[in-house]
Design a protein around this ligand. Structure first.
Ligand code: SF4
Length: 377
């Protein structure tokens, strides 16, 4: 697999919890698209093998007009090669879409949408500073189907202060009723540097107790499984054949190119990241220089640790693959913990694949961190 990520750094309004790079302005979009096209040309030599996924993230990519998207996808096709079944995803804020826009994105080659729904409760959406309401989320899904999208993700947030098991259950029922093909469900994180984190420090918000967070996660897993969603990563659930290929590229340690301010790429053993500033990124690209703020070269030990950590959290670890790639027998290297995790029902070993059970996903952080630490040590 080979992925391509493009970061669109504009939002109508910043959400209180968000630490992704974006600015609350749309006045620079035309210049941004011109600069993004220039960055694509700068890096075109790096992408000679066919790409299997493209992901427009942000920020709010749906602030781009279909015409902008068409310019970007046209140049991508001119410069790079894509597999026939390439997944082209675009993140959309439900408060920004119309049928005409969605049809335009579809015509530009986008074949998968990801809606940041988060909740159907007015109080929770207000707490998170989302710009959309529940009706707009429902409408966005109907319009997406009308525009011909047969692969749609919805994001759901839980452990939001003020949320109860009842309101989360209502969110889940309303979401599955819309029949998205994929659901990403995340517990609210208090990221450093966000307004939410500042409110936490000042005692203005109080996180839900850990045991409620755990109960909510359990409710998410059991409800989505009961509605035919397969859990294939700690936070990701899909209908058959609808796993997100782009995310799997990250979790399987496969290469991906990245474009746009703050975007992170990974090629060979090198991870690079662009300037987290629209101004600095633009200045570098317009001078004909790669807008890389920095990069790091991963050692063999780093790569092994990431390989085990990420595969365990996602769709499982294949000991034979790890042996071939790193010369390590993980069944030996992870003892005695591995035996305990299997006996406790957290992991299964079918002879080919070590994978987390539903119970295992609930203690995934502990298992993946301990496995990574044991291999690093
Ligand atoms: S719309 Fe998305 S990217 Fe923009 S601030 Fe909210 S969560 Fe962050």
């Amino acid at each position: 697999m080979f992925g391509l990520y493009l970061h669109i750094p504009f939002c109508e309004k910043k959400c209180s919890y968000c630490d992704f790079y974006s600015i609350e302005s749309t006045e620079h979009i035309d210049r941004f698209v011109d600069t993004l096209l220039a960055e694509l040309r700068l890096r075109s030599a790096a992408g000679q093998q066919p790409f299997t996924s493209v992901f427009f993230g942000g920020g709010t990519p749906s602030l781009l007009r279909p015409h902008d998207m068409h310019r970007i996808t046209s140049l991508l096709r001119e410069l790079f090669v894509f597999t026939d079944d390439c997944e082209w995803t675009m993140e959309c804020n439900p408060g920004t879409v119309t049928l005409e826009r969605l049809q335009g994105y579809r015509a530009a080659g986008i074949n998968r949408l990801s809606f940041g729904v988060q909740s159907f409760q007015a109080s929770e959406l207000a707490f998170l500073d989302r710009i959309h309401n529940a009706d707009e989320a429902v409408t966005a899904m109907l319009l997406a189907r009308q525009a011909g999208f047969d692969n749609v993700n919805m994001d759901l947030m839980f452990a939001v202060p003020g949320q109860t098991l009842e309101s989360l259950s209502d969110n889940l029922q309303r979401m599955v009723a819309l029949q998205p093909d994929h659901i990403s469900a995340y517990s609210l994180i208090y990221e450093h540097g966000t307004p939410l984190y500042a409110d936490l420090l000042k005692g203005r918000v109080k996180p839900l107790p850990e045991e409620i967070d755990a109960e909510m996660y359990h409710l998410v897993i059991s409800t989505l499984r009961a509605h035919g969603y397969e859990q294939y990563e700690v936070s990701n659930f899909s209908k058959a054949g609808r796993r997100c290929r782009h995310n799997l590229t990250y979790w399987h340690g496969e290469p991906y190119l990245a474009f746009g301010p703050s975007a992170h790429g990974f090629i060979g053993t090198t991870r690079y990241w662009n300037y987290r500033s629209l101004t600095a990124w633009t200045q570098h690209v317009l001078k004909g220089a790669l807008p890389e703020a920095n990069h790091e070269v991963l050692t063999e030990s780093d790569l092994l640790t990431e390989h085990v950590f990420l595969h365990l959290r996602a769709d499982g670890l294949r000991p034979l693959e790890t042996q071939d790639r790193f010369g390590i027998d993980v069944r030996v290297a992870l003892q005695p913990d591995l035996g305990y995790w299997i006996d406790a029902g957290f992991l299964t070993d079918d002879g080919d694949l070590l994978s987390l059970t539903a119970e295992g996903y609930r203690v995934c952080d502990e298992i993946s961190s301990k496995a990574a630490a044991r291999l690093a040590g």
